[in-house]
Structure formats: structure tokens, C-alpha cells
Design a protein. Structure first.
Length: 416
């Protein structure tokens, strides 16, 4: 019997609630034959089991069934398979951000007493994670010069279990000899983890670097927030692997950390993924036009874009990403503005841009600009970089002419 208020006060009793139990457990099931370009969005914490026996026998680890929302729904299984395919791996797990992909990989592969090596130009927050949490857990780290494989060789210790690689490096865009770094690390018995956000699975094949099946990273971490999302509106990451053993290590730590993703976000990435190749190529082409334009400006003393002849590591980019046609690169580059300018002038130039918006991240539709404080990011000024003020551009989907007009007007106003 339902409680309707004080029994002694009949005049104030509430109307009885309608019984909507049949609505909550409504039996209708739509026909199972629906098919459309986009997969359905299956959202769940709870997943039903028809019987106890079924509950006990289901296994989410091989994706043969569903047990709990954190372990995946049809929507996340589909995106994981597509990301694994994009990167040329066999398995992927989704995490709530690109940074979570980096920290998951380090936590899964490193234990107390281990040592990890990071390139000097590594994505900054990966270094911050090593300085903070890895350090606290008794895992030591060192930085190596990614442009000098001998430096990596010399910094390997008996307990070095993991080497991070990134191609090109963040912000300064040097392209390393990736196959050489991979070989040196693996010959030592260390695993190689690649931050593949720039390559996105499109510029080169992380699990077959030389195209002969002989050289592969052990895992690829990818900020899906960038090109796979393409909208500047989703945070997500993925860790992709090739061997069942490596996948299992990642999967177990992923499970223990409870790294779930929201299925509406997964849907957004699934919606954008079919156009990733077109977007990547278009943004690459526009970025190169802008990079060439900067090369002709006297305010700029160096353009840091690995596809440009003379850029740091250009030959390594050529060998890995330049084998077909004009080659492939992300729509991202940095410039070094002449040191004769003051910081205030450089800031005024950036503030004076109307079409480039000031903001982090890349891979979205709107072009972005960020001035970086290089001395705060590196142990010393890299010898291959000219002295000056570093400004990074992330190119969106606008036309090159539209963007160059903006660069020109602010340069003429502030960099004279
Ligand atoms: C953006 C980025 C990340 C982190 O991705 P988030 O989704 O922003 O956490 C990692 N590595 C590289 C190279 C990136 O550019």
C-alpha cells in the first residue's frame, strides 16, 4: 500500500501516484535489423544478464560479451576496433584523455625500482607525470636527446624498462630517427611507447615503421582529442598494442584504474573518424603553405616544420612519412621570431591576430596560436634552434589565403 500522507488528515492527502512500473520495464523491443552509417549509442553502467549462469560465464576481456559499463558497450568496442585499425595495431583501449593514455601506459609497464627514458622534447605533461607520480612510486626517469641515438644508448640502465618516443617532438617539432631509437631501446630489452598524436596513424605506421614488418613500437598512445575528434570539443585517448601480452597488461591496469569514457563522446569521435584522412591532408597542405609564407618573412628566423627542407630532422621525416608524393604531416608548425623583438611585441602580434584564436590543442576546425616560453621547457637551448621567440600554429580548416591575410596584418602592425 502506498503512503499518502498523515492518516488523520484526510483533506490534505496527496493524489495517488500513477503506477508506471510497466513503463519502466516496458517489454517492447525494436526489430534488430536497424542499420545506418553511424552505430548506435549504447550507454550503461548496469548491463543485464539473462541468467546467473550467463553472468558467471561472460568475459569482457576478449570483447565477446558485456558485463559492466566500465568494461565497454557496443559503441566503445566499435571505436576501439577502428582506432586499432587506424594505427595498424590489433587492440585498443579508450581512456578519458590523451594524457590518460600516456599515464596509463607508464603505470601499466613500470614498477618500483624501474627506470624510464623520455625525449627532451616530450609532450610536457608526460614529463610532469614522471616528475610527480612516477617519482613518488619509486620509478626514476631521465631525459635523452631524441636527435642523437647515441645519447639514448648511453642513458639506458640495466633497469630501464620503458623508452618514450615522439615524432616529431612537441612544440619544437624535431623529427627523430625513430627506427634507430626503437632498435636501440628494444635491443636493450626495454619497451618502446610512442606518443602518436601527431602521426595519428596517417603519417606513418607505428607498428611497421619501415614497411618491412621488422620494426614496431610496443604501444602507441594517441590523443583522440586532436584529429580523431576533429572538433575541439571532445577529450579522449587510446592506447593501441599489437601483441596479446602487451594488450593484457594495458587492459588490466585500465580496468583497475576505472578509466571509463562517456558514450556520447565516443559517438562524437565515431562521427568524425570517417573524415580524418581528408581533414588531415587538408590541414597538412594549408600548414605547409603558411610555413612557406613564414620562410619569406624577415621577422621570422626559423620555421619548424619537419616537411620543410632544412628543418631539424627533415631527412628522418622524409624516410618515414615522405615515401609517397609530398609525404604526410599534421597541420602544426612553429616559428622562431627574431630575437630583436621584445616579448611585448611578440605578445601584441599574437593578440593582434583576429582569425587565429589563442588556445591549446590542435586538429580542430579553427586555427590556433600559442607563444611558448622555450627556456622554461628545455634543459638548455637546443643547438639546432635559432635564438628567438617561439610561436606555434595549429592550422584548422580555413583557407591558406584567409589565414595569411591575418598573419600579415598583425605582423605589419606589431613586428616592425
Ligand atoms: C594533446 C596531446 C596529448 C594529450 O591529449 P589530451 O587529450 O589533451 O589530454 C598528448 N600528447 C600530445 C603530443 C598532444 O598533443
Amino acid at each position: 500500500m502506498r503512503y499518502h500522507g498523515a492518516m488523520n488528515a484526510p483533506n490534505t492527502s496527496l493524489p495517488s501516484l500513477p503506477d508506471v512500473s510497466d513503463l519502466i520495464q516496458h517489454p517492447y523491443r525494436p526489430p534488430a535489423t536497424f542499420d545506418a552509417p553511424q552505430p548506435g549509442v549504447f550507454k550503461a553502467s548496469t548491463v543485464y544478464f539473462p541468467t546467473v549462469a550467463d553472468m558467471r560465464s561472460r568475459d569482457w576481456m576478449d570483447k565477446s560479451a558485456y558485463t559492466y559499463g566500465l568494461h565497454g558497450t557496443p559503441t566503445s568496442y566499435i571505436l576501439e576496433e577502428r582506432i586499432a585499425h587506424l594505427e595498424g595495431g590489433r587492440y585498443s583501449v579508450l581512456v578519458p584523455s590523451g594524457l590518460a593514455a600516456l599515464s596509463l601506459a607508464s603505470l601499466a609497464l613500470l614498477s618500483q625500482g624501474d627506470h624510464v627514458l623520455l625525449p627532451d622534447n616530450v609532450y610536457g605533461p608526460n614529463k610532469v607525470f614522471a616528475l610527480g607520480d612516477l617519482n613518488r612510486l619509486g620509478i626514476a626517469h631521465d631525459l635523452y636527446d631524441p636527435m642523437d641515438p647515441q645519447d639514448l644508448q648511453q642513458r639506458l640502465r640495466p633497469n630501464t624498462r620503458l623508452v618514450w618516443v615522439e615524432a616529431p617532438g612537441s612544440v619544437t617539432m624535431e623529427f627523430p630517427d625513430l627506427p634507430a631509437l626503437v632498435r636501440i631501446a628494444q635491443a636493450h630489452g626495454a619497451r618502446v611507447a610512442l606518443d602518436n598524436t601527431w602521426g595519428a596513424g596517417l603519417a606513418f605506421a607505428p607498428f611497421d615503421l619501415l614497411g618491412d614488418g621488422q620494426c614496431a613500437v610496443d604501444l602507441s598512445a594517441h590523443a583522440l582529442s586532436k584529429y580523431p575528434s576533429g572538433g575541439g570539443d571532445v577529450l579522449m585517448g587510446a592506447v593501441t598494442t599489437r601483441t596479446p601480452e602487451m594488450h593484457r597488461l594495458i587492459q588490466l591496469t585500465h580496468m583497475r584504474l576505472g578509466l571509463g569514457v562517456g558514450m556520447n563522446d565516443v559517438e562524437s569521435v565515431l562521427r568524425s573518424l570517417p573524415s580524418i584522412g581528408l581533414r588531415y591532408a587538408a590541414q597538412d597542405q594549408t600548414a605547409r603553405e603558411l610555413a612557406h609564407w613564414w620562410q619569406a618573412q624577415s621577422a621570422c628566423v626559423q620555421v619548424l616544420h619537419p616537411a620543410l627542407a632544412g628543418a631539424p630532422g627533415h631527412a628522418h621525416w622524409q624516410a618515414l612519412c615522405g615515401r609517397e608524393g609530398a609525404g604526410r604531416a599534421a597541420g602544426l608548425f612553429s616559428i622562431m621570431l627574431d630575437e630583436r623583438f621584445t616579448q611585448a611585441q611578440v605578445d601584441a602580434f599574437v593578440d593582434g591576430l583576429q582569425r587565429f584564436r589563442i588556445g591549446y590543442s590542435w586538429g580542430g576546425p579553427v586555427s590556433l596560436v600559442v607563444p611558448y616560453d622555450l627556456p622554461a621547457m628545455r634543459r638548455q637551448w637546443p643547438s639546432h634552434l635559432r635564438r628567438g621567440w617561439l610561436v606555434r600554429f595549429s592550422v584548422g580548416l580555413e583557407s591558406a589565403a584567409f589565414l595569411i591575410d591575418d598573419l600579415r596584418q598583425s605582423m605589419q602592425a606589431h613586428l616592425t
